[in-house]
Write a protein that binds this ligand. Structure first.
Ligand code: IYR
Length: 224
């Protein structure tokens, strides 16, 4: 089959004067700096339309050769949520009581995490991000995707930013190993679970660890 040349169109850059550029980048930083991982969720509902826009935003992420190697599984059904919670807790119990090193457990102490994953039941929506290490073409032949971890990681970042932009909260939960999720969701062999994100409102009494973020000097180095 002959590959056709990609059609090109003019790019309409979103442009600002320098002063506005500085102001916008500062505002965006200050807004993003308010995001926190939240572990206590309210059961207050969130409109499906919001979830749809959040996922559309994640789908705007760049990806290797534009293969868009992701599927976002959206879980609303309480029975399914509960089943996933039980399976996640089973794996996490093994992690917390043996599979994780002493040092790892110590690093997690200030975050107050444990094997109980109540939020999977409580949050109105669960999004499971799946990565597709390969795909199928029209003739059902396997085709490779590229930079899948990088692509899906970037898309997940867009997703988390979009959740914050909507005034909602999430938690990047990585029950590991996660293959039980692909099974519970009946996903095809080319999809592997990447992250599980509960989406909703924080519980009113929710607290978060008093953490500091590294400052600019600690996270960057300039070659001028
Ligand atoms: N996956 C486990 C453990 C865990 C690991 C890290 I690194 C964290 O930042 C938080 C938790 C869990 O979800 O509890």
């Amino acid at each position: 089959m002959e590959e056709e040349n990609q059609k090109m169109i003019p790019y309409q850059q979103v442009l600002f004067e320098e002063e506005e550029m500085i102001e916008r980048s500062k505002m965006h930083y200050e807004f993003m700096n308010k995001r926190r991982s939240v572990r206590a969720f309210s059961d207050r509902d969130v409109p499906e339309e919001v979830i749809q826009y959040i996922i559309r935003t994640a789908g705007t992420a760049p990806s290797g050769a534009h293969k868009q190697p992701w599927t976002f599984c959206v879980i609303r059904n309480s029975d399914l949520k509960h089943r996933i919670r039980k399976l996640a807790e089973e794996e996490e119990r093994k992690n917390y009581s043996g599979r994780m090193s002493e040092r790892w457990l110590k690093d997690l102490e200030p975050l107050g995490t444990n094997a109980v994953k109540e939020f999977i039941d409580i949050a109105p929506w669960i999004i499971v991000v799946m990565k597709k290490s390969f795909d199928f073409n029209d003739d059902q032949k396997k085709i490779n995707n590229y930079y899948v971890n990088e692509s899906v990681g970037i898309a997940s970042g867009f997703l988390i930013g979009a959740i914050h932009q909507a005034g909602l909260v999430t938690l990047t939960h990585t029950p590991s190993p996660m293959n039980f999720i692909a099974e519970a969701l009946d996903r095809p062999k080319n999809e592997k679970p990447y992250l599980l994100l509960p989406v909703g409102y924080a519980k009113e009494t929710c607290t978060v660890p008093d953490l500091e973020r590294k400052n600019l000097e600690e996270i960057s180095i300039y070659y001028m």
